[in-house]
Design a protein around this ligand. Structure first.
Ligand code: B16
Ligand code: MG
Length: 215
């Protein structure tokens, strides 16, 4: 159960919550894995959602039983990111997921603070391309956090910048690592997607459209 009346700030995950970019991360990782001789599955991909680029590569190398030097890892990360950037080059407002824009508008109208809490180092470019950057009162992304989800740092920093106690914050997340991070931060959390991948969420919705009338 969510207590909507207590919410003073909403912290949005980016990939898979606001914008339909999760598929492009999947395609880029699958291409990299394939070059390494590893067949990357959708089940593998689910474990990378919300996880930083560096940690994602470590997981893939581990699953593939491969060891690489630091230089080789850096080259692989650059390659994956270049492919990902090529895939999102044409990103535009049409790639916003259902209900995202309506929810951002509604929260702004109601005076509820809005923050980004994303693991991505590409987050700002994505917010610009999709035309929603102006809605955010705080932007916390992979360039400013040290510790990846499920560590709560990304959401605690968001609450701190907004000046709002975690208990009054609501997180919207599509990844298990993000649900765990929100709970560790002491915040309410709504999972976006399929319930079986979002254990511990206070509520799971298929998309953000169903939340617009709650505020
Ligand atoms: P980048 P989120 C996460 O974004 C993605 O879910 C995850 O798949 C990706 O590896 C991570 O960002 C890092 O992204 O390579 O662009 O820095 O879901 O936390 O918004
Ligand atoms: Mg996500």
């Amino acid at each position: 159960m969510i207590n909507y009346n207590s919410v003073r700030a909403v912290l949005f995950d980016l990939d898979g919550v606001l914008v339909d970019t999760a598929i492009y991360h999947f395609q880029a990782w699958r291409r990299l894995a394939s070059e390494l001789g590893y067949s990357f599955s959708v089940v593998d991909n689910e474990q990378l959602k919300g996880v930083s680029r560096v940690e994602s590569l470590e997981l893939i190398l581990n699953w593939a039983g491969l060891e690489k030097s630091e230089t080789e890892k850096a080259d692989l990360l650059t390659k994956k990111n270049q492919w990902y950037l090529e895939l999102i080059e044409q990103l535009n407002p049409e790639h916003l997921l259902a209900g995202s824009l309506d929810l951002l508008k509604k929260l702004q109208e109601k005076g509820i603070k809005i923050a980004l809490g994303s693991a991505s180092k590409n987050a700002l470019g994505i917010l610009e391309k999709t035309g929603i950057i102006a809605y955010f009162d705080a932007l916390i992304d992979g360039n400013v956090v040290q510790l990846s989800k499920p560590n709560p740092e990304v959401f605690l920093k968001g609450a701190e910048v907004l000046g709002i106690e975690p208990a009054y914050c609501l997180v919207l997340e599509d990844a298990q690592a993000g649900i765990d991070a929100a709970r560790a931060a002491g915040m309410q959390v709504i999972g976006v997607g399929q319930a079986e991948h979002l254990n511990g969420a206070d509520l799971v919705v298929a998309d953000l459209g169903t939340l617009v009338d709650k505020f």
